[in-house]
Design a protein around this ligand. Structure first.
Ligand SMILES: Cc1cc2nc3c(=O)[nH]c(=O)nc-3n(C[C@H](O)[C@H](O)[C@H](O)COP(=O)(O)OP(=O)(O)OC[C@H]3O[C@@H](n4cnc5c(N)ncnc54)[C@H](O)[C@@H]3O)c2cc1C
Ligand SMILES: *[C@@H]1O[C@H](CO)[C@@H](O)[C@H](O)[C@H]1NC(C)=O
Ligand SMILES: *[C@@H]1O[C@H](CO)[C@@H](O)[C@H](O)[C@H]1NC(C)=O
Ligand SMILES: *[C@@H]1O[C@H](CO)[C@@H](O)[C@H](O)[C@H]1NC(C)=O
Length: 794
């Protein structure tokens, strides 16, 4: 498992190279550790909270386990099993908190490899349920569940009955399930060091107390006991009249009634999990309990947990567009259409400030006009940085998480922002009453699929989407689809290492946040969809977004302006320096830094900004404001061969020998640099036709080129083709908003390996030789005429 995980992680890390924040990678690592890519067999998968048994794991899971197990033996072809599988999945989700005490498993007996296991346990009909005690012996055949109920509630009760009669040794993680007596409670805090004792008063046939005990077994600082209505002393002392009802008993000896909206299991669970000091004990690794003890919340920016912040949405845009997409130097095919859809829904529905909306719209217009099949990320970045200077448009640089802050840097943040963004967009689309109900969901799906850095997440999400996204037929069901599938993910991740102990994964919204969303039917919790929809519409509505911690628009624009000015100045300075360098006739040409290298270098700067952004208070100028690496993305800074092209015209009269000499050196240097870069970048695919265009360059070199150099040339040519394409579409008028990109790039496409100087020299020579021929022709013609005249005269 660890090995597989390592492999997946390293592939991921490799792919995104230096562009990702370290903390995000560590989150992924956690995620990966939690979701080893188990073989998906039969009716259940790893994301169902059901342990899928195979010949490889059956002994390690069933024999001598510290938790009891309930196993379903089924055959994937059996209709009853197929009909029963949703119940089994729901049961597994419903009692997922009980895992350390009792876990849910399944095995497909129709799978040939599993056949021997099923016969070893004496299974003949399907589905068969068996209960295995904790610390089962290798020869244990388990206890059958005869005539088991076909619903979650009945099964849950049956499991509790089994647990209560569990023989010694008792599963160590399982708290006592018997009723508490007054005598036991009187000195409870002398023997237990917890902050809260929850007493659930109920009748003897009620299971709520025991269910609640198990629901909270993974939580620290709280214990739950059931007290029967027949425990007269306590009932009279507290004047308990409702059964069930819940009272909190604190070490100071005070009893208080726990107020819940409805007296039912789910409401108690929500309420108890949210008590102060109560946190999940993070069973899988001690790291989490460490975190749990250290309350870092006071270091966070103050915010209201029941609200949505624009700062999170803008941070998500920055991270997604400037960091996540930057990992894709070339965007084409499926990814390009994913990007177009994503930008398109952002332009349509993002409820942003005018500046941000203007920018999104300008990027969308530009992208829609792009007729090419490929897009280089650098051109997208220029659009995002507004190099075209579209008035009153900017996308804030850097991140500033507010509602998505985590208690540690590797918690929450970007994925939290991503969910929030898409909830907001589905709600906005509904408000706009657009006609395509799937537009936003499909845009999210393709973005996640093509770009979302967490690949395991993307796979899980794609599986969910394949299952049911196509059934979404109305805009409001799109809102609900995302809500319910987000909850599905929350359910799967509750207690995972990636869960922030201070922001437990709950089935959202909690009863405090939306009381009317919750209901109870036959003692079981239900969601009230109508109320839920009303709640979601208001929670994620644009009027409800809070604008705290946002950088002012005017400031934003002036910062952007500054950056652009600095960028221009640095370009000028750069060109000036180059000119001066050449004027000193220094023939030792040093290759200026390569563009690809700068992409890699830039990210740490952003990363710093982001990290600092997490701490810096608003009064200080945010660090990402400093115009750092922006200047560097200009094509002018590409080395030598291209650089030569951009020489100012007045310098084009050069001594030919010196020129060839210099040119050749530059070529070699460039080749070496780019072949080095090649190793580090991900560009693998051959550009069709690039090979053909090597010819002129080689001729220009006028000397044999080493294989290494060939590779380098090739790479450079690819780059140039890309740029050529970009400029090509500018020509078509699509880029009118972005007139900046250098017109001179056309030259680079046309002349391939020739510089402008080369061409002028050619033309000049051609012209001179024609003139020479003409002169000779005229001269001889004249001579003949003269001679003829002489002959005729006498
Ligand atoms: C598409 C996608 C797939 C992911 N898959 C995985 C995965 O497979 N494994 C993994 O470890 N992590 C996955 N993640 C990350 C994970 O879901 C969380 O985003 C991350 O752990 C941060 O959690 P959080 O506590 O900030 O809450 P999040 O789940 O990120 O939720 C953010 C906020 O949205 C609100 N919210 C919560 N639930 C709902 C809901 N049902 N409807 C509407 N609003 C809600 C809450 O206010 C919450 O604080 C995925 C993220 C995304 C975007
Ligand atoms: C079963 O596990 C316990 C501890 O978990 C261990 O002490 C014991 O030796 C194990 N027994 C067998 C047969 O593996
Ligand atoms: C809690 O965190 C703070 C700041 O991160 C640290 O200084 C302190 O030592 C931590 N306390 C414990 C008990 O880990
Ligand atoms: C947080 O927002 C909710 C919902 O708008 C509001 O009722 C509550 O008073 C706010 N809390 C604080 C501390 O501002």
């Amino acid at each position: 498992m660890a090995w597989r995980c390592y492999r997946a992680t390293s592939r991921f890390t490799w792919k995104i190279h230096a562009n990702f924040r370290e903390s995000f990678i560590s989150t992924i690592l956690f995620v990966c550790l939690l979701f080893p890519f188990t073989t998906e067999a039969g009716l259940y998968t790893a994301s169902d909270q059901v342990v899928v048994l195979t010949p490889d794991n059956v002994d390690s899971v069933l024999v001598n386990s510290t938790a009891a197990l309930v196993v379903e033996f089924y055959a994937s072809w059996c209709g009853h099993c197929i009909a029963f599988s949703p119940v089994w999945k729901s049961l597994a989700s419903d009692i997922k908190e009980w895992k350390p005490a009792v876990d849910v498993a399944a095995i497909d007996c129709a799978n040939q490899d599993n056949g021997p296991i099923c016969s070893r346990f004496g299974v003949r009909g399907y589905p068969t349920l068996k209960f295995f005690h904790a610390y089962s012996k290798p020869d244990s055949k388990g206890e059958g569940f005869r005539g088991f109920p076909r619903n979650v509630r009945g099964l849950r009760h049956k499991i509790i009955n089994k647990m209560e009669t569990h023989a010694e040794p008792w599963p160590p993680a399982c708290p006592p399930l018997e009723t508490a007596s007054r005598a036991e409670l009187d000195n409870f805090f002398e023997t237990n060091s917890v902050g809260h004792l929850a007493l659930l008063f109920e009748t003897s046939n009620s299971y709520v107390g025991r269910e609640l005990t198990l629901d909270l077994l993974q939580y620290e600082n709280i214990a739950v006991r059931r007290v029967l209505s027949t425990e007269d002393g306590l009932v009279a002392k507290l004047n308990v009249t409702d059964f069930p009802s819940c009272y909190l008993y604190s070490p100071s000896g005070i009893f208080t009634r726990l107020h819940v909206q409805l007296e039912a299991r789910t409401f108690y669970t929500y309420a108890l999990q949210r008590l102060p000091g109560v946190v999940r004990a993070g069973k899988p690794l001690p790291v989490t309990s460490d975190l749990a003890k250290n309350t870092t919340e006071d270091q966070l920016r103050p915010f209201n947990r029941s609200r949505v912040y624009m700062a999170d949405l803008e941070s998500t845009l920055h991270y997604s567009l400037r960091m996540e997409l930057a990992a894709h130097p070339v965007i084409k095919g499926e990814a390009l259409s994913a990007l177009q859809r994503y930008i398109s829904v952002l332009a349509k529905y993002f409820p942003g400030r005018p500046v941000v909306n203007n920018l999104l719209k300008s990027v969308d217009t530009w992208l829609k006009g792009e007729k090419d099949t490929e897009l280089s990320y650098s051109s997208l970045r220029d659009a995002l940085d507004n190099t075209a200077e579209v008035p009153n448009a900017a996308l804030p640089k850097g991140v500033r998480w507010v509602g998505c802050q985590g208690s540690k840097p590797h918690f929450r943040r970007y994925p939290c922002g991503m969910w929030t963004l898409f909830h907001v967009l589905t709600v906005q689309a509904e408000e706009a009453a657009d006609k395509d109900p799937q537009e936003v969901l499909q845009a999210m799906r393709s973005y996640i699929h093509s770009f979302f850095g967490c690949q395991a997440c993307a796979t899980h999400f794609e599986n969910m989407a394949q299952e049911s996204m196509s059934h979404v037929g109305t805009l409001s069901s799109a809102v609900l689809w995302l809500w319910s599938h987000h909850n599905h993910v929350n359910n799967r991740l509750a207690g995972a290492l990636s869960e922030d102990p201070h922001f437990p994964k709950i089935q959202w919204p909690s009863p405090e946040l939306c009381p009317s969303c919750h209901g109870v039917k036959n003692g079981e919790h239900t969601w009230n969809q109508e109320e839920l929809l009303t709640f979601l519409r208001s929670h994620f509505s644009s009027e409800h977004l809070l604008s705290d911690y946002l950088e002012e628009e005017a400031q934003l624009l002036s910062r952007q302006k500054e950056r652009l000015v600095t960028r221009h100045q640095e370009q000028e300075a750069k060109r000036g320096a180059e000119r001066r360098a050449r004027q000193t006739q220094d023939t030792s040409v040093k290759p200026p830094p390569e563009e690809e290298e700068e992409v890699a270098k830039e990210e740490p700067a952003e990363e710093e900004a982001e990290r600092a952004g997490g701490k810096v208070q608003m009064s200080e100028p945010p660090p990402w404001v400093k115009p750092k690496a922006d200047v560097s993305h200009q094509p002018q800074r590409r080395p030598s061969i291209v650089g030569l092209k951009f020489r100012p015209p007045q310098e084009e009269i050069v001594d030919l020998d010196a020129f060839i000499n210099q040119h050749y050196k530059a070529l070699r240097a460039a080749a070496r640099v780019s072949s080095r870069v090649k190793l580090r970048t991900l560009q693998k695919k051959e550009q069709p036709g690039a090979g053909l265009e090597q010819g002129p360059v080689l001729l220009l070199g006028m000397q044999p080129v080493e294989p290494e150099d060939l590779l380098g040339q090739h790479n450079m040519l690819q780059k140039r083709i890309l740029t050529g394409k970009y400029t090509g579409s500018e020509e078509e008028g699509a880029l009118e908003m972005y007139p900046h990109p250098n017109k001179r790039r056309w030259m680079s496409l046309l002349s391939v390996g020739f510089s402008r100087l080369d061409i002028s020299l050619c033309v000049l020579l051609y012209f001179l030789s024609s003139m020479c021929l003409l002169a000779m022709y005229l001269f001889f013609k004249n001579c003949r005429r003269l001679r003829r005249a002489k002959v005729a005269l006498p």
